[in-house]
Design a binder for this molecule. Structure first.
Ligand code: UD1
Ligand code: CA
Length: 453
């Protein structure tokens, strides 16, 4: 059986004034990914490759966000906002391309799950013409109500047009729909704006399809799936739901978390089974953690790769390009940026490693710093295998320390150190026998004289 072709129309022409933002609503992030990109990702997960994106004025950024997750995108501009059906018809050219299935989703419902889209499409495959995704919200106010008869969906009544009896219905329109491609355009073209808002309502397609003898059903999906974001409060609530789902997925996939509610993932975080995440860890985008790694509390990662059985934190900060090899150790108050830390290397305390390569089994002492930036350019520090860098040393890049070399504590290293060498880069210590006694006597006398004044 050849798979059914499918086009998803994403409606994202809304302005989102209630966000009180200069950024279009659908570009606000959840788990570091724009809302609309979450929608596109779910669509992609349902095996749908083609997307028709309906944007308002200045939709370039919205388009870019969608293209960051799917490649086959056609953009349609809806210049006037005349309702959801009007918005869908802005994508007329794409819809006319004879797809088996047409999905209509909203760009501001980031928690839609692939499973719900699959469920709707399977109804189309069974021969249904119009599938409406319904849900039962705790409070139905504001939603269109689903009016059913004998398992068929007869109509969707927008709240403003609903009678008192209809308002009592708890089964509501989530807004998302699936339409048989063959008949979609003909049905959509019959929608008028004859209602309380003078808008072209997509929901009217239900009555029109029924009048045309088509089959229309509502499926019930979980309320999370259709949460729309209108305010920053709803944005935070959606983020919380997303995080809860992700934590659960992670734990079921073998990741240990003692206090999952304190760990915050990014949309693309990868953690292998048997990694351990202690409380209070924050992931920015682009982080992967291999099996057996232990991440101690209060760590913050972004664009970093953590190898198998590595040990990181507490209070570690890994910035983009940090690449920790297996069994390496990065301890408390250590920052690593654009640097490879070799197998079994240790960077245990109070250190900055930036633009560097740290060889296997090297040991970087407390407070050692790579001085990678001269105010204009970044420079590389190379540290060989088995090197020992004494505490509180500054490695002024570009500089390289050969294998098995030893740098004395407190050194400022400005020149390359060959393999097996010992480098001191500090003033020689002087000791004056008995001088502390003289010094104290002098200071005490001065203090006495001052009091007498
Ligand atoms: C819609 C449904 C309602 C459902 C609710 C679920 C209709 C007529 N009503 O109402 O039954 O219960 O969603 O949340 O469909 N949009 C455009 N261009 C337009 C109008 C809307 O792109 O001209 C986009 C919006 O940006 C938004 C989506 O379509 O992403 C839904 O529009 P909105 O005005 O929020 O519909 P609701 O009134 O919430
Ligand atoms: Ca809405």
């Amino acid at each position: 059986m050849t798979p059914r072709s499918c086009l998803t129309v994403i409606l994202a022409a809304g302005e989102g004034t209630r966000m009180k933002s200069s950024l279009p609503k659908v570009l606000h992030n959840i788990a570091g990914l724009p809302i609309v990109a979450h929608v596109a990702k779910a669509v992609h997960g349902a095996g749908v490759r083609d997307i028709a994106l309906v944007v308002g004025k200045g939709g370039n950024q919205v388009e870019a966000a969608v293209r960051s997750v799917v490649s086959s995108v056609t953009v349609h501009e809806q210049t006037e906002r005349l309702g959801t059906a009007h918005a869908v018809l802005a994508a007329r050219e794409s819809i006319a391309r004879e797809y088996d299935d047409i999905l209509v989703v909203f760009g501001d419902t980031p928690l839609i799950e692939t499973a719900a889209l699959d469920q709707a499409r399977s109804k189309l495959a069974d021969g249904v013409d119009v599938v409406v995704m319904g849900f039962r919200p705790a409070v139905p106010n504001g939603y269109g109500r689903l009016i059913e008869q004998d398992g068929r969906l007869i109509a969707i009544r927008e709240e403003k047009d609903a009678s008192e009896a209809e308002k009592k219905i708890g089964f509501c329109n989530g807004g998302l729909m699936a339409l048989r491609g063959q008949t979609a355009l003909a049905l959509l073209d019959k929608i008028t704006n004859d209602n309380a808002n003078n808008e072209f309502y997509l929901t009217d397609v239900v009555e029109i399809a029924n009048a045309d003898g088509k089959s229309v059903v509502a499926i019930e999906i979980s309320p999370d799936n259709v949460i729309g974001i209108n305010t920053r409060v709803e944005l935070a609530e959606a983020e919380a739901i997303w995080q809860t789902r992700k934590r659960r997925d992670m734990m079921l996939a073998g990741v240990t978390m003692q206090a999952p509610e304190t760990v915050f993932f990014a949309h693309d975080t990868l953690v292998e089974a048997d990694a351990i995440l202690e409380p209070n860890i924050i992931f920015g985008p682009g982080v992967s953690i291999a099996s057996g790694a232990v991440i101690h509390a209060f760590s913050y990662f972004e664009g970093a790769k953590i190898g198998a059985n590595a040990n990181v934190g507490p209070f570690a900060r890994l910035r983009p390009g940090a690449d920790l090899a297996a069994k390496s150790k990065v301890g408390n108050f250590v920052e690593v940026k654009n640097a490879k830390v070799g197998v079994g290397a240790k960077v245990n305390h109070l250190t900055y490693i930036g633009d560097a390569i740290v060889g296997p089994a090297a040991n970087i002492g407390a407070g050692a710093i790579t001085c990678n930036y001269d105010g204009y350019n970044k420079h590389l520090t190379e540290i060989g295998a088995n090197v020992f860098i004494g505490s509180n040393s500054s490695l002024v890049a570009p500089v390289s320390i050969g294998d098995n070399a030893y740098v004395a504590s407190g050194s400022v290293i400005t020149a390359n150190v060959p393999a097996d060498a010992l480098a001191f880069g500090r003033a020689r210590q002087e000791v004056k026998e008995g001088r502390a006694v003289q010094l104290r006597a002098r200071y005490a006398a001065q203090k006495l004289a001052k009091k007498a004044d």
